[in-house]
Design a protein around this ligand. Structure first.
Ligand code: DP6
Length: 351
């Protein structure tokens, strides 16, 4: 028999940003973070894993193209950790369980979103890899336990093991056993919440998250203030806002944290710039939209957030999505590339 399993995982976008590691090998962060999983069919990675005694080595294909699994790499770590879990939690407990942890695996992963959208695929990619191996190995461990392994693939990947609103608790153990993802609330808790993705540029980013955040840890005094005094309070406050479905507070904290993340990038030596003119114009539009709406007593309508690139993710409630899309399209008519329900792409210089 060939053992085979397929699983998929969604993209997540942080509203409290992870930026900085205290351990670069285990991927242990300098602060906790919180994200919303974009739980729609448009933005997922799907991975099929197979185990068979005839496989000569572990192999991986990304979107049909073979990717080398380097010894000691993040990928190799995730695969060997999953084999270890199979051995320790299944094979050593049940003498009848097939000893498949000793077989090599073949793994094929696909993203169903265009890489041109400039969206990081490492989060959903590592989460789907771990989820498919967990299924292949018939593990009964919790998603939080799996998140510890996905974390070692890419920090943000640990949050994609859950849907809805997810916290990555930084933990304090040097071994990383308490640095894991937990669910704050399922998506069904606040189904009116949606994410709008505005592609400001599909250029490959200049500075990768991994190297950028390390430079920030080494050089930014502002980061030290952020991790000690800002993030703990924000984690608490935004979790409460989510539980109360308080969009105003959610939006204020989300935008403040995006701003501070880009401020610590600027506080890095040499400085790191992720946003461009389109990004900044979208910020101005959202700020003005909220100002008018708050003045009318209607509260906040939208929250922008930017990761390590110029593309905007806008969180908004159902009822306001149309107005926000119209506003942005009116400013960037040439950037409207694709319209799908709840997933909008705007690209600079669209073809
Ligand atoms: C700005 O998870 O990509 O998106 O752990 O080195 O793989 P590594 O970094 P990665 O960093 C994500 C940074 C961010 C913020 C976030 O997702 O929380």
């Amino acid at each position: 028999t060939i053992y085979q399993a397929t699983a998929s995982a969604p993209v997540n976008i942080a509203v409290i940003k992870y930026w900085g590691k205290r351990d670069t090998k285990l991927i242990l962060p300098t602060n906790s973070s919180l994200s919303v999983t974009l739980d729609q069919d448009h933005l997922r990675s799907t991975t099929t894993s197979r185990a068979d005694p005839s496989f000569e080595r572990d192999q991986l294909w990304l979107n049909g193209k073979e990717d080398e699994i380097k010894p000691g790499s993040r990928l190799a770590t995730c695969i060997s950790e999953m084999k270890r879990l199979r051995k320790e939690t299944v094979e050593e407990k049940d003498a009848n369980a097939p000893k498949i942890s000793g077989y090599n695996v073949h793994i094929a992963s696909y993203n169903n979103f265009p890489t041109a959208a400039g969206l990081a695929s490492s989060a959903s990619g590592f989460a789907a890899l771990v989820a498919s191996l967990a299924q292949l190995y018939e593990l009964t461990v919790s998603p939080s336990e799996l998140s510890i392994i996905a974390r070692q693939g890419s920090g943000s990947a640990c949050r994609s093991l859950f849907g809805g609103f997810v916290a990555w608790q930084m933990g304090s153990s040097p071994a990383g056993t308490d640095s894991l993802a937990v669910e704050v609330a399922p998506q069904s808790h606040w189904p009116q919440m949606h994410a709008l993705i505005c592609v400001a540029s599909d250029d490959k980013k200049g500075t990768s998250s991994t190297s950028g955040m390390q430079r920030t840890v080494e050089t930014s005094p502002l980061l030290q203030h952020r991790i000690a005094h800002i993030v703990p309070e924000r984690m608490q406050a935004i979790s409460e806002a989510i539980l109360k479905r308080d969009f105003d507070t959610f939006a204020q904290i989300t935008m403040a944290d995006s701003n501070q993340f880009h401020a610590v990038c600027l506080d890095t030596t040499p400085p790191i710039f992720y946003m461009n003119d389109v990004s900044r114009t979208i910020i101005a539009l959202i700020v003005e939209l909220n100002r008018v709406s708050v003045a009318k007593g209607e509260g906040y309508k939208a929250a922008y957030t930017y990761d390590a690139g110029p593309n905007a993710v806008i969180y908004a409630l159902d009822k306001d999505i149309k107005e926000i899309v119209q506003l942005i399209v009116s400013y960037f008519p040439q950037h409207a590339r694709e319209f799908k329900d709840r997933f909008q792409l705007f690209a600079e210089g669209a073809d």
